[in-house]
Design a protein around this ligand. Structure first.
Ligand code: NI
Length: 177
């Protein structure tokens, strides 16, 4: 079922989300199905449970191709629960981000380039990956949502934050949000 996505300004997006304690339950499966339906409906590349008002440390991400990020390499579809992120160097890279909770806008955000992340899938199986570039960016963006952080809070140069249609009048970045 497609759920409403909360928008920036809603205080529920600012909370520290709670850890998931039960894996493999019907409730967890239904939540993930709703998150997937919602993310695909909006052509997003990731979604965090707090964005649909669910106070849990659970994110989903991944895509084969995205109109919102046409040049981005494929990321395998992933359910990541109770994540732990570990940057593998101090190196950062600037990149454009949008967010389904900040519709119609884009901002230039620095993120760690190389990242190890650990956590669990919906069955409780361990996930342990080392990634870089856009994959690392997406994980950092989504997991920020679990700590009440939205990408505009990480923008350093506000001359590179604004409405997508104004920043990219040639339509080089497609999508409504
Ligand atoms: Ni987001």
């Amino acid at each position: 079922m497609i759920r409403d996505v909360l928008r920036m300004g809603d205080p529920r997006l600012l909370k520290i989300a709670k850890p998931v304690v039960g894996f493999g339950t019907p409730e967890l499966g239904a939540l993930i199905t709703d998150m997937l339906d919602t993310m695909r409906h909006l052509d997003g590349v990731g979604l965090a449970a707090p964005q649909i008002g669910i106070d849990l440390r659970l994110v989903i991400f991944g895509f084969e191709s995205s109109a919102r990020y046409p040049d981005a390499p494929e990321i395998p579809f992933t359910v990541l629960i109770n994540p732990l992120l570990e940057p593998l160097s101090d190196e950062e890279e600037d990149g454009w981000e949008g967010c389904l909770s900040v519709p119609g806008m884009r901002g230039m955000v620095p993120r760690f380039t190389r990242l190890r992340y650990r956590g669990f899938d919906e069955t409780g199986a361990a996930i342990d990956r080392t990634v870089q570039d856009f994959h690392a960016r997406v994980v950092q963006h989504e997991c920020d949502h679990l700590d009440g952080v939205l990408y505009p809070m990480r923008v350093r140069d506000f001359s590179r934050f604004g409405f997508t249609e104004e920043l990219f009048p040639d339509g080089s970045v497609a999508g409504e949000d």
